[in-house]
Design a protein around this ligand. Structure first.
Ligand code: PMP
Length: 361
């Protein structure tokens, strides 16, 4: 695979090349089966093995105790914006939301359709350049749960650690940083993540949830909107996204082979630190997020003018560095450097930034 570019896209995002090669090797026939993974029954032994491997990898990586379930759903993280309140927010209850970006805001807006939402903290007035500190969280001790977005993909901010919720179940949208660092899961009630950044292709959503939360859902919920359906059927109530689960099993095996979440965290820290150091070296590049809230996954920065930003994006692409354009709502640059993004690509970007500043600065 020599013609590959460095793909800084925010998601769907780069996958480990060895995983892509494994997928290719297993086409058009999985070893000993005479069929590809796209053609097997979701009730087959072959898929049962794939699903078990995926679940076991998630359990091992997250060091899950037995009272946590691993579920594979569809509908993306956006569907979780609705499923979380549908299942966990009682009619007379209240849920706390911390608003640290547009995804967090969308999650809160969706929850308002199902019950009372309190904003425990928001950084909207600062254009989401940071996440709130512990002292800023105005929590309701009786909240059904508190929802946060661990990494804000668009703004390039990340919670440095999970907040202490004083016994209120913590619900985390970890779509853009799941398995990028160790997960201290016993602090969490529920974690969800669309797969297409750190886990595999689009089409499957991982949900990890504490058993005691499963039974909270009202009986009137549609079958596929109830977490209990997935718990009782081991994610096989109906046809799951077979191919996406298969690739997730390969990506999570890859993470384990690389040394697990500690190793991912140290690589991710090193990659991000290189970029931030270069951004901070002169005034030509300006980091857009508050240093204490900087994300190791999405590194956001700007050049002195919008014209230079546009020129940077296109000239970088000509040099094999693609997908750097910031989200349409914020502009500037965004280098998404998830687990599978190679350090060589970060080095190439740093070199390119130096050269671009020399010729345009
Ligand atoms: N939450 C976060 C933090 C995201 O980054 C995204 C997608 N970029 C979403 C939610 C929405 O995910 P999906 O498209 O899987 O619904």
């Amino acid at each position: 695979m020599t013609d590959r570019v460095f793909n800084f896209g925010a998601g769907p995002a780069v996958l480990p090349v060895v995983v892509l090669e494994q997928i290719r090797e297993h086409f058009p026939s999985l070893p000993g089966l005479g069929m590809s993974v796209l053609e097997i029954s979701h009730r087959s032994k072959a898929f049962a093995d794939i699903l078990s491997a995926a679940e076991m990898n998630v359990r091992e990586l997250a060091e899950l105790p037995a009272n946590y379930h691993v579920l594979f759903l569809q509908g993306g993280a956006t569907q979780q914006f609705a499923m979380v309140p549908m299942n966990l927010l009682p009619k007379q209850g209240v849920a706390d939301y911390v608003i640290t970006g547009s995804w967090a805001k969308k999650a809160a807006e969706e929850a308002r359709k199902f019950g009372l939402v309190r904003v425990a903290a928001t950084t909207e007035s600062e254009n989401y350049v940071r996440v709130p500190g512990a002292a800023e969280l105005n929590q309701d001790a009786d909240a059904a749960y508190m929802h946060i977005t661990s990494n804000n993909t668009i703004y390039g901010t990340q919670w440095p650690s999970m907040p202490n919720t004083n016994g209120v179940p913590l619900v985390v949208d970890a779509s853009s940083d799941i398995f990028s660092r160790p997960l201290y899961v016993t602090n969490h009630g529920l974690i969800y993540a669309g797969a297409q950044k750190n886990l595999g292709p689009a089409g499957v959503t991982l949900v990890v949830m504490k058993d005691e939360l499963v039974a909270r859902a009202p009986l009137s919920l549609p079958t596929l909107m109830r977490y209990e359906t997935y718990v009782n059927s081991r994610s096989l109530h109906n046809t799951p996204p077979v191919f996406a689960v298969y690739v997730l099993s390969l990506v999570t095996s890859w993470i384990r082979e690389q040394g697990g979440l500690e190793e991912m965290a140290s690589r991710n820290k090193r990659k991000a630190a290189k970029l931030y150091a270069h951004i901070d070296r002169t005034d030509f590049y300006r980091g857009t997020s508050h240093p204490a809230s900087r994300s190791d996954m999405n590194v956001t920065f700007r050049l002195p003018t919008a014209d230079l930003d546009a020129q940077f994006v296109s000239s970088a692409a000509d040099n094999g560095l693609v997908g750097l354009k910031g989200h349409r709502s914020v502009g500037g640059q965004r280098a998404s450097i998830y687990n599978a993004f190679p350090e060589d690509g970060v080095n190439a970007l740093v070199d390119f930034m130096g050269e671009f500043e020399r010729t345009n600065g």
